[in-house]
Design a protein around this ligand. Structure first.
Ligand code: IPM
Ligand code: MG
Length: 357
């Protein structure tokens, strides 16, 4: 029997509710499809920080390294600064584990509706590829003369040929694997004359290796308009770390709810474990109430199963999730319903167990 080692890091806020729900669903799938899961539980995050002064232990990465994948919840707490929580845990894993390809699929799931009038599921089926290792999140910069009137802070974006070339290659290859074989490269090279111009040049170079992929370029501001006005014209998208961060929130909202949106932080060469998480964040306004939408966490598990080579289980889970979203009884508050996390999870587990699913 195949065995997969999963490191579960629920983190903060509703991460502590949705990750256990996801693990229940994964156990049901393992039983159904005949593979074994070995789950390591890590209580890292803001509570851990308050006890120890660190978001994760000093040897945290060494502890995670032997796992096949990381199943992550969220970070962020009202009383700990966001840059501390983020850089102390999530980015502290993404960057050293070189999870440079962040993949964010967006679709309108059955039963859900886009806020865009007249837009049906056939009109909106996107995958956003986010550069996840450099760009505006490179962490380059600093502050001088703190507190004085002449205080200065810099936040420098970094674009390297290696970093841009590998994400372009990844995005073109992903576009090629999808039926429409179509990629939109998001840029801002009209205003940003260095990094973004290199980005465009490398996109054009990479395109030559993928003659069967049709591609176009869109400025990031115009891209927001296109996502709203012509969603059908988009399939696969590649954008910088910050641009894709912003566009993927818009994408999730246009598909019905940020509560359903998944993401994979991939190290495509598999030198390090990859990490799978919902994109909704810790949502402390609803934490502890048991009402969080677990669908983004389940869809992230679909991506994790595909990464682990469990394609049949991935398909079964996506099918189960889609049958549940189609049923109005199983909608959480963000989708206009009143179901709680447990009810949705029970329904997905039941759908997984159904004989002919
Ligand atoms: C995301 C999130 C994070 C990001 C936050 C939590 C810092 O918005 O994954 O999109 O900006 O990367
Ligand atoms: Mg974001």
């Amino acid at each position: 029997m195949k065995r997969h080692r999963i490191a579960a890091i629920p983190g903060d806020g509703i991460g502590k509710e949705v990750v256990p729900a996801g693990l229940r669903v994964l156990e049901a799938l393992a039983a159904r499809e005949g593979f074994a899961l070995e789950v390591g539980h890590f209580d890292w995050g803001s509570d851990y920080y308050k006890r120890t002064g660190r978001m994760m232990p000093e040897d945290g990465l060494a502890q995670l390294k032997p796992y096949d994948a990381i199943y992550f919840g969220a970070v962020g707490m009202p009383d700990v600064p966001d840059h501390v929580t983020l850089w102390g845990l999530r980015l502290a894993i993404c960057q050293p584990f070189d999870q440079y390809a962040n993949v964010r699929p967006t679709r309108i799931l059955p039963g859900l509706a886009s806020p865009l009038a007249g837009v049906s599921p056939a009109d909106l089926d996107w995958v956003i590829v986010r550069e996840n290792s450099e760009g505006e999140y490179a962490g380059q910069g600093g502050r001088s003369h703190r507190g004085l009137p002449e205080e200065v802070a810099t936040e420098t974006s970094i674009f390297t040929r290696t970093g841009v070339a590998r994400i372009m290659y990844f995005a073109f290859a992903l576009a090629r694997s999808r039926p429409r074989k179509k990629l939109t490269v998001v840029t801002k090279s009209n205003a940003q004359r260095h990094g973004m111009v290199l980005w465009d040049e490398i996109a054009a170079e990479t395109a030559r290796e993928f003659p069967d992929v049709s591609w176009d370029k869109e400025l990031v501001d115009a891209m927001t308009v296109r996502m709203v006005r012509r969603p059908q014209s988009i399939d696969t998208v590649v954008a910088t770390n910050l641009h894709a961060d912003i566009l993927s929130d818009l994408a999730a909202a246009l598909a019905g709810s940020i509560g359903i949106a998944p993401t994979a932080n991939l190290n495509p060469e598999r030198r390090f474990p990859s990490m799978f998480e919902p994109i909704h964040g810790s949502a402390f306004d609803i934490m502890g109430k048991g009402i969080a939408n677990p669908v983004g966490t389940f869809w992230s598990a679909v991506m994790m199963l595909d990464h682990l080579g469990e394609h049949a289980a991935a398909r079964r889970l996506m099918g189960a999730v889609e049958r549940v979203t189609a049923d109005a009884r199983y909608r959480t508050a963000d989708l206009g319903g009143s179901a709680d996390t447990k009810t949705v999870t029970d329904a997905v587990v039941a759908a997984i167990r159904e004989a002919n699913a």
